[in-house]
Every structure is written in C-alpha cells, then in structure tokens.
Write a protein that binds this ligand. Structure first.
Ligand code: CA
Ligand code: CA
Length: 175
C-alpha cells in the first residue's frame, strides 16, 4: 500500500517534469547570438550591442514571473542587454526589450498577441514616447504618450510621408 502511494507520487513528479520540459521546448530559449540578431523595429534607438569577443561572455537567463516569462540576455558585466517576454502565457514572445548601460531604453510590444509588434515605447534615458501602430506597418499612427519636447523633435525629424497630426501629443502633453 505504502509502496504504491510512493510509486504514484514518483510518477506524478515525473509527469510534472515532462510538462515543464515540454513547455520549455515550446518556448525554446534562443542562443545569445540568435537573441542579439533581433533589432528594434524603430530605427533611431541607441542600445548596447556587445562586440564579437564579448558575445562569448554573454549569458541567457530565464525569467519567470507572475505576469510574464521569457529570457534576459546578460552582457559580460551581467547587465541586461535584451529581454524577451511572453506576457499572456501563450508561449509566444510578445515584448522585446532593448537596454543601454543596463537601463531599458526601448521595447517593441505585440499588444494583441498576433505575432506582430503594434506598439513602440521609448523608456528610461531614451525618453517617454509610446507610439501605436494600429495597422502594424512599422509606422506610428498615433502617440499614446509623448512629451512636448519629443513631439516637436518628431515634427522636425519625421519623413514627409508621416502626417504632422500623428506627431502631436495625445496624452500627457506638457510633461
Ligand atoms: Ca505571448
Ligand atoms: Ca500585434
């Protein structure tokens, strides 16, 4: 009797491991060099990229939180370089974060979880811009957040095919 209980608990433990293993396979961890090949969708991002020699000393660290799981690529100094997260537990990455000097400066977000980024956010030392790309063509259609200073810079820098309207602050203006 005792033996069969023991056997049952051993079997359920193994089953648990198999499930855990499978979920990791489904959301397979990238290698450091695969992870570093990914680039932000927007072009004006200044983020850290290690040299070829430094790549050997970079590491991939799994992330497992209550609201998200994924990986962080750590540089030779153990500061984060990239972070890729699955925030809706569908085993697909939907948030791609880029760091500069250990601080997250930009992220691409697939907010409707269809596999294509539809929001672009500048963070930390890179400012406060938060653009929405409703049709996922990589061009920002409206700003969820932008400071007055950033808005005026956008008007100056944007290529002519982007309408000026989309560069005007829609929220938090005057920050
Ligand atoms: Ca996901
Ligand atoms: Ca999307």
């Amino acid at each position: 009797m005792y033996l069969s209980t023991l056997l049952r608990s051993a079997l359920s433990l193994v089953a648990g491991w198999v499930v855990l293993l499978l979920s990791h396979v489904a959301l397979a961890a990238p290698t450091v060099s695969q992870a570093l090949k990914l680039e932000p969708i927007q072009s004006d991002i200044q983020f850290d990229t290690p040299s070829l020699e430094e790549v050997e000393d970079c590491k991939i660290q799994p992330e497992k939180g209550e609201s998200a799981s994924g990986w962080t690529v750590l540089g030779p100094d153990m500061r984060p370089l990239r972070r890729f997260l699955d925030t809706n537990a569908d085993k697909k990455v939907d948030t791609w974060c880029y760091f500069r000097e250990g601080i997250e400066v930009y992220r691409d977000v697939d907010a409707d979880f269809n596999g294509r980024a539809d929001q672009y956010r500048w963070l930390g030392t890179a400012g406060t811009r938060w653009g929405v790309d409703s049709d996922e063509d990589t061009k920002i259609d409206l700003w969820k957040e932008i400071s007055a200073e950033e808005a005026s810079r956008e008007v100056v820098n944007r290529t002519p095919d982007v309408s000026i309207d989309c560069c005007l602050p829609t929220m938090n203006s005057g920050r």
